[in-house]
Design a protein around this ligand. Structure first.
Ligand code: C2E
Ligand code: MG
Ligand code: MG
Ligand code: MG
Length: 288
């Protein structure tokens, strides 16, 4: 395992490094069997319209129900799945599951699905979306494809073509985690997004003195000028909710309303939503 560094000196074998490589290989293998054995789950987190004070959509969020380690977050396995390419199969599976689930809800409720940048290079996202819509019978305008700025990073013609095709099919294209990448404003010109999700790092400290409040306000304003909806991600407190409302965001998502939940709990949430959300929102705008 020792490696020449170019000057004829050999680096000492590093057991800690070796352990990391081993662990990672094990994860790669485990993920394949987990997928085949059906250990992945889709959780759903509601998005609340700040205009109607009602649930206007859900975001599909992938989870790995590991037999020994319990529920594993996508943060811990999506990057590895992107390296091995398994993410293409995982994303396609989530897309189908989520569309079939959403087809059971009211016609005014959308479903947001995260799509890895790998789908635009190694996958065939356009075919996947067509397949998921056909299988589920979901109205295309109820599907929101969430991509991050990194998809547009290379600005390839091919990527823009695929986004345009997805739009032609009737799906909505959403920019996720807005503000965390590079030259975000250029991307807004390169493609007409339907919605911008303001990254939770700006929402977290929206009340502080770090200028995050001004950033949220500027993005909300930008959205209004361009006719693009804006979602504030990661709203946890009443204070944050109050501020994203006053800064003019059109939607909010976060633990203050609900954590991501399994599909089996969605209908109950939709049934009781008026009682819960409206009261909460009234308090926030001072109507209660
Ligand atoms: P994301 O698309 O930005 O998803 C929002 C994340 O914020 C989710 O984390 C959600 O659980 C979390 N969140 C929501 N409300 C709150 C809150 O009030 N406070 C805090 N602290 N967090 C909140 P999650 O589920 O761990 O997913 C992390 C990321 O993994 C996602 O970020 C997305 O980039 C990726 N991901 C999730 N599912 C998929 C998938 O099916 N395919 C792909 N390619 N990526 C996925
Ligand atoms: Mg997302
Ligand atoms: Mg996000
Ligand atoms: Mg994120």
């Amino acid at each position: 395992k020792a490696k020449a560094d170019g000057r004829g000196i050999y680096r000492v074998f590093d057991p800690a490094m070796d352990a990391m490589v081993q662990e990672r290989r094990q994860l790669e293998v485990e993920m394949l069997t987990a997928f085949v054995q059906g250990q992945f789950r889709v959780y759903y987190q509601p998005l609340i319209s700040l205009g109607s004070n009602r649930i206007c959509g859900f975001e599909a969020l992938l989870r790995w129900q590991h037999p020994e380690r319990g529920l594993i977050s996508p943060v811990d396995f999506v990057p590895v799945a992107e390296d091995t390419g398994l993410i293409v199969q995982l994303d396609d599976w989530v897309l189908r599951e989520a569309c079939m689930e959403a087809a059971k809800w009211g016609d005014d409720i959308r479903i947001g699905v995260n799509v890895s940048p790998v789908q635009f290079t190694r996958g065939n996202i356009v075919n996947s979306v067509i397949g998921a819509l056909a299988v589920s019978g979901l109205k295309p305008s109820r599907l929101e494809i969430e991509i991050t700025e990194s998809v547009l990073l290379e600005g390839s013609e091919q990527t823009l073509k695929m986004l345009t095709q997805l739009r032609q099919i009737g799906a909505r294209i959403v920019m996720d985690d807005f503000g965390t990448g590079y030259s975000s404003l250029g991307y807004l010109r390169a493609f007409q997004f339907d919605k911008i999700k303001i990254d939770q790092s700006f929402v977290r400290d929206i009340a502080g003195t770090t200028g995050n409040g001004a950033i949220v306000q500027a993005i909300a304003e930008l959205g209004r000028k361009f006719g693009i909806a804006t979602t504030a991600e990661g709203v946890e407190t009443q204070e944050q909710l109050q501020l994203v409302i006053s800064e003019g965001c059109s939607e909010a998502q976060g633990w203050i309303f609900s954590q991501p939940i399994p599909a089996s709990k969605i209908l109950a949430l939709l049934t009781m939503q008026s009682a819960v959300n409206v009261e909460l929102l009234k308090q926030c705008v001072g109507l209660a």
